[in-house]
Design a protein around this ligand. Structure first.
Ligand SMILES: [Zn+2]
Length: 187
């Protein structure tokens, strides 16, 4: 049950973040310069206008070695840092730009994925988990072949003779722990 709640929460969180991305830009970034004088490598995950952007850029040679993380979240109308794809198709897009080798070495790669895709995945997961939990609750303690209530006879179905697979430690076994054991034949 905990898993169903978690997957539903994840689904709801996706919708909130998705809706919010239309008036806020949120990103998490890592700025790394591995040694003094090296280029600055930036990795970013950014949420904007119903899309998730994965950004990798290399620029600004020089400066001291560092590795910093940043988180940014603010209301922005039409704000654009120039690190976006030029065209999208249903939210999908790809951009790769590289400056000529005689200039300061810099490049920009951007991949764009639509939020609806992420939402579809979380919704699919939540539906799958909920359906499994429901069917598990319905069939617990019942014969898997004919549906007969097996709480009194957990070892074998008196209706059709099917032997339950999960008697030891399974759902059926747990159900009968509180019930008295079945009467022995001939006693
Ligand atoms: Zn049966």
């Amino acid at each position: 049950m905990g898993l169903s709640v978690l997957s539903v929460l994840l689904c709801v969180a996706t919708v909130i973040v998705w809706a919010r991305s239309y008036w806020c830009v949120t990103f998490a970034a890592r700025y790394a310069r591995w040694f003094g004088g090296d280029v600055l490598r930036t990795e970013m995950i950014e949420l904007r206008e119903g899309r998730v952007l994965f950004i990798h850029s290399v620029w600004s040679r020089g400066g001291d070695a560092k590795c910093e993380y940043a988180f940014h979240d603010e209301h922005t109308w039409g704000w654009n840092d120039g690190q976006d794809v030029e065209h999208t198709c249903f939210g999908f897009g790809w951009l790769s730009v590289k400056t000529p080798p005689d200039m300061v070495d810099s490049s920009l790669k951007v991949a764009s994925l639509p939020c609806w895709l992420v939402f579809g995945c979380t919704l699919g997961t939540a539906t799958y988990v909920a359906r499994r939990a429901l069917s598990g609750a319905r069939t617990a303690g019942r014969c898997r072949r004919c549906g007969y209530d097996l709480r009194a006879t957990p070892d074998r179905c008196p209706e059709c003779g099917t032997v339950p697979r999960r008697v030891a430690g399974g759902l059926v076994g747990r159900h009968v722990q509180t019930d008295p054991p079945p009467p022995l034949k001939g006693s």
